[in-house]
Design a protein around this ligand. Structure first.
Ligand code: HSE
Length: 432
């Protein structure tokens, strides 16, 4: 084993600075565990003079991350630039072409180009490691690729976006509206460069597409992930869900179905006693249902400097140890196409909240539409009394096909007595 593993870091934001700090503060532990020192030799970022709270004195500075990936005195390039294309992609490609290992925290890049990059890494006989890309400090990539490697996976399900979970938690605990919590969530430093990625489900979908590939031995299919965010969730829905014994969570779910694999990110009602219902604020959770190990639940911080740097450095330690697994769990040539099931074939229970004019006969009209589409009602709640004015009407529906639910909802929303668009949230009946 050589005396050191030399590392070049592209991107010195929260995670980059956290990685430099962790490598310095934990140098002794890391050396003992890795079998050699792990030293940063070069860095690249936008602004050389910015105060990042860590010293970069003595490190070779590059204005251009791609040039650094080609020329730095480094065994590994750590890509922490972000973005699915542009400099992040060019830096990883340049590093692998130059015969260097790559560590990245970039879920967008992997969601869009993970298969190409994995192929490049295999051809270059180098590692492509990305523990920090999914669920921050939770070692879920290692869990799927190694700890659970002997299992067939039936379902991976998780809270994959801390920002959304933080918003939904504070709405429920403090009776605040979505807009009141959004700004606070973004100030916490967990939000994506484009914050709509958090609240519109895109960030969770990036991560889910990676988990699905690892779980099912299929090529990453980000385009096949049904994606819906939390903008339309109102405080009223959070409170009705609670009254019915549920909590609302933005979940990413990749699961075997009768005719393929469902990949979906959307808000869900989960029973309040389910493990994942109690994962609060910016925490993430990933539940893996396996054939031999049964259900394994991982919970922890999904973002932030410390947890994410911990994941980056764990990857570096694996490389220093000479420990390598196929980036996508199986060699790229053995990946099968992802047989994504279209969302309209999904079967499940549903929560529907309508605003209906408070007058006789309205409920009968709605019930008739549900009957016509063979959608069976489980419960109904109506609160308030405002003759002639809209009041909320909440229903839960037994398991049905999504196409039937959608057809019924489009007829219901066209009824004169129904005001505005219905709010429909899928129910995920996880064991309590
Ligand atoms: N924006 C992400 C989140 C950060 O809120 O979870 C980690 O990917």
């Amino acid at each position: 084993m050589s005396n050191s593993l030399k590392v070049a870091i592209a991107g010195l934001g929260t995670v980059g600075a956290g990685t430099v700090e962790l490598l310095s503060r934990q140098a002794e532990i890391i050396k003992n565990r890795a079998g050699c020192e792990i030293v940063v030799t070069a860095v690249s970022a936008r602004d050389r003079n910015k105060d990042r709270g860590v010293s970069i004195d003595g490190l070779t500075w590059f204005d251009d991350a791609v040039k650094m990936a080609q020329e730095a005195d480094a065994d590994v390039v750590v890509e922490l630039i972000g973005g699915s294309d542009g400099p992040a992609k060019a830096t990883c490609e340049a590093a692998l072409s130059a015969g260097r290992h790559v560590v990245t925290a970039n879920k967008a890049l992997l969601a869009h180009h993970g298969v190409e990059l994995a192929r490049m890494a295999e051809q270059a006989d180098k590692s492509l490691q990305y523990e920090a890309a999914v669920a921050g400090g939770i070692p879920i990539v290692k869990s799927l690729r190694e700890g659970l490697a002997a299992n067939g996976v039936n379902r991976v399900l998780g809270i994959l976006n801390g920002t959304s979970n933080y918003i939904l938690t504070r709405m429920r605990n403090e009776e605040l509206s979505f807009d009141e919590v959004l700004a606070d969530a973004q100030e916490l430093g967990y939000a994506e460069a484009d914050p709509s990625f958090d609240i519109d489900g895109v960030d969770a979908a990036h991560k889910l597409s990676i988990l699905a590939a690892l779980a099912f031995g299929s090529a990453i299919d980000f385009g096949g992930v049904y994606t819906e965010g939390i903008r339309h969730i109102s405080l009223m829905d959070v409170q009705f869900a609670q009254e019915l014994g549920y909590r609302i969570k933005l979940l990413g779910i990749a699961a075997k179905s009768d005719n393929g694999i469902e990949q979906r990110v959307h808000p869900c009602l989960v029973p309040e006693g389910a493990a994942i219902a109690n994962v609060e604020y910016a925490f993430n959770a990933v539940e893996v249902d396996c054939d031999f190990a049964d259900t394994i639940v991982h919970v922890g911080p999904g973002a932030g400097a410390g947890p994410t740097a911990s994941a980056v450095v764990a990857d570096l330690i694996d490389i220093a140890r000479g420990h390598r697994v196929a980036p996508l769990n199986v060699p790229v040539d053995a990946l099968t196409p992802m047989a994504t099931t279209p969302m309209d074939q999904h079967r499940g229970g549903y929560y529907v909240r309508l605003m209906v004019v408070d007058q006789s006969g309205v409920f009968a009209e709605i019930a008739a539409v549900l009957r016509d589409h063979e959608v069976s009602m489980e419960s109904v709640l109506q609160r308030g009394r405002a003759p002639g004015e809209p009041v909320p009407l909440v229903m839960t529906l037994h398991e049905t096909r999504e196409s039937s639910m959608n057809a019924a909802l489009s007829e219901i929303s066209a009824l004169d007595a129904v005001d505005g668009e219905p709010c429909m949230i899928r129910i995920e009946l996880l064991p309590a």
